[in-house]
Design a protein around this ligand. Sequence first.
Ligand SMILES: N[C@@H](Cc1ccccc1)C(=O)O
Length: 485
Amino acid sequence: MDLHPIESKVIKGLKTLGGKGSASEVAEAGGIEKIQEERFGYSLSEKGFVKLNKNVSDSLKLTKLGEKYLKKGLPERQILDALKTGLKSSKELAEELNIDENAISACIGIFKKNAWADVRKGDKGLVFEITDLGEKLLGRGEFGSLANLDSFGPEQANELKKRGIVENDDTTTYLLELLKEPKTSRGRAIENITPEILKNKSWKGRKIRGYDINAQTQPYFGGTLHPHTLATEKIRRTFLELGFEEMGGNYVESTFWNFDALFQPQDHPSRDLADTFYLKNPEKSRLPEKKYVDAVKRAHEEGTQGSTGWQYDWKRSLAEKPVLRTHTTAVSARWLTKIKPPAKVFCIGRVFRNETVDYKHLPEFTQIDGIVIDENASFRDLLGYLKEFFTRLGFDKIRFRPAYFPYTEMSTEIEVYLKDKKEWIELGGSGLFRPEVTEPLGINVPVLAWGLSIERPLMMSLGLKDIRSFFYKNDLKWLREVPSV
Ligand SMILES: N[C@@H](Cc1ccccc1)C(=O)O
């Protein structure tokens, strides 16, 4: 068996130490300069020559405060010593020992519990008097000493930990033990080829150390796309495969496109500050051509054909307020004025809602909206599109539940079944845009629409408990190991 030069040094070091030693001792004895403790001797243990033991020490060490007390002794010890000459008030003790009165009060519990001193209320505050037990304790010299932490029993040690005087000293040491000595062809084999060896041809007739092609190497991590990016890409591809075109939009949208065009009345609760981020700057958003604005106003005030609308005074000024879009359905609405049927379009992007950040909620997340504008489109087609769309995304069980959205009728919620979680989860909403949405925007054919948010289903499939891991945490270890879904 050929050993790597460093392995030979480890063996040499171990032999010098009589077969056993810590990583740093072995390294020193073997003449190895730089070591990585937790990997030291690993290859030799893999080959069965060395036994490795990891040893986490359970001993204690002094904290900064502990070191301060080391010189003068623990306050309770100092106080007991001072009390040998008679009873003293807490003020007198503080002066004599030059410690503050709080540190003295902190010892009252200890004195009471162990009956080392009596504490009473006197005229000048608290008065301390040493008990017989306290005297005996000092006399026997049994009081634990900070200079020798092993002198404290477990209970006292715990007490000291709580008071911040000692802490666990959890340094890890790696111990090596020589199990058997490898037979080497030392002296004969060339371990490292150097220019000299090549020049003077001294390699001729000699053995050269072979490579161990089964040796462990450092794992290699190439760059990969973030799982969130991979998921959005997959959805984009799925839409493109189904013949959809991508539409673009902006994060800052007018209230008009985010709410009004979608037939949400101006006093609708989801427009509330508590849910929506309004912008101060720009002060106003530009609205589309007058004919669309007037038609949307009419839809709200008196309705379209066969509808009475919401019956209130619609205000342009409210529709002009800029918002961070709360859903990508705003983009779908905007595009209704830009495309001629038949058309299939989709949008993927960030949306924003005024949520308090916790493990389930972020004020920003990703939505996907798709619309199909087609004179022959029906509710059954919508269900068919959804089924096809989600099947292609890898969900084989899909179900629909009746739902309500201000802009669709009929409306459904889409649920998919997660096989490994054995659970149905809600993925998004869908429906046929109401005539109150389509007619004012000049569309007189059915429009199928659906929208979904991707973070929650993605979290479930990746086994993530906390939504913040996506955008804010970027845990490299997780990112390297996460499988793509
Ligand atoms: N915009 C809805 C989803 C939806 C889109 C299109 C039609 C119906 C519903 C949401 O944010 O949840």
